[in-house]
Design a protein around this ligand. Structure first.
Ligand code: PSU
Ligand code: MN
Length: 307
């Protein structure tokens, strides 16, 4: 048990994660909504293990986050990953859901926002995932709390940008308003998850993990308390066909409207719909980019520990 000074609420670090943090060795936080709501079974469980392996192979300790039995858990056992990947009673937990899911004692998978919160409490600065949530398309005013978390918690989120199911230009404007830098690692354009992106700008291009860590370190040591997006495009050999993805998104958005799906259900529905209509190609891309991000995040965590 490693309690955060400003809080005495229930947070439990695995022995491995606690030891790594105490020893000052690099740790990478990982989310669990991607396991419960982002990928189909059994691909989700396989991928959860593969992401952790990618972090380890690149020299850092993985810390997957979830809410289990009334506790925030940072660093999970295989049996915990299995529960999240197979149970049909797992809540998708964003910032506002942490309290009620803890109080209920139920099982909760953390989004980018909730994972950033847990990572910050545990003292972890680097977090790898697939894509961040953002401003949804249309005029619904649906904006992911991932942006709220990025604007308030000093954690770097290594991702392949934002899914084109969102209004990506407005998402980037929102990040600017919140004071969140978007660091394009080896890219000048903001990646759009399944594709490497086209024409949306990043705040700054970084050559490699060393430069990214230097930027993050300068950002936080200047006294800023916001997070950062480290945008890493999907490796070219795994990039999906842009037209096929756009078409699948268009049909998915029509289905969302037709079925009256709203709120937190939208993202999981669209991901499943797009996976179905691209005959799984989008899932292969999703898995490939998450594994790549995990490896890149481990390298950044190593460099941050030495700057
Ligand atoms: N991207 C994916 N798979 C996912 C998500 C994003 O490829 O499962 C999840 C992340 O957990 C992200 C969340 O934080 O969707 C955003 O949901 P919402 O828009 O409801 O905040
Ligand atoms: Mn939403």
């Amino acid at each position: 048990m490693n309690d955060f000074p400003e809080s005495d609420g229930p947070i439990r670090l695995s022995d491995e994660v606690a030891e790594a943090l105490n020893a000052g060795t690099p740790v990478v936080a990982l989310e669990s909504t991607i396991i419960s709501h982002g990928l189909p079974h059994p691909r989700n469980l396989e991928t959860a293990h593969a992401i952790e392996a990618a972090v380890r192979e690149n020299g850092a300790t993985p810390a997957t986050v979830a809410l289990l039995d009334g506790e925030i858990r940072v660093g999970l056992e295989d049996s915990d990953l299995y529960r999240i990947a197979t149970s049909d009673d797992v809540s998708k937990v964003s910032l506002r859901d942490i309290g009620w899911v803890l109080a209920s004692g139920g099982t909760g998978a953390t989004t980018v926002a909730a994972t950033m919160f847990a990572a910050h409490r545990a003292g972890i600065r680097v977090f790898a995932t697939g894509g961040i949530g953002g401003v949804h398309r249309g005029d619904s005013g649906d904006v992911s709390a991932d942006l709220t978390a990025l604007g308030t918690l000093p954690v770097a989120v290594v991702c392949a940008g934002a899914k084109a199911i969102l209004d990506v230009p407005r998402t980037l404007e929102h990040l600017e308003t919140l004071g969140v830098p978007v660091i394009g690692q080896k890219t000048d354009v903001f990646p759009e998850f399944w594709t490497r992106g086209k024409d949306l700008p990043v705040t700054v291009r970084s050559r490699d993990a060393v430069e990214t860590a230097a930027i993050l370190s300068a950002h936080w040591s200047a006294g800023l308390t916001t997070g950062a997006v480290v945008a890493v495009p999907v490796p070219p050999e795994h990039e999906a066909d842009r037209r096929a993805v756009e078409e699948a998104i268009g049909l998915g958005l029509e289905a969302v409207d037709a079925r009256g799906i709203t709120g937190a259900g939208i993202t999981p529905f669209l991901l499943a719909h797009i996976a179905g209509s691209t005959t799984g190609a989008s899932i292969d891309t999703n898995v490939a980019l998450v594994l790549n991000n995990a490896a890149v995040a481990a390298k950044i965590a190593i460099e941050l520990n030495t700057t």
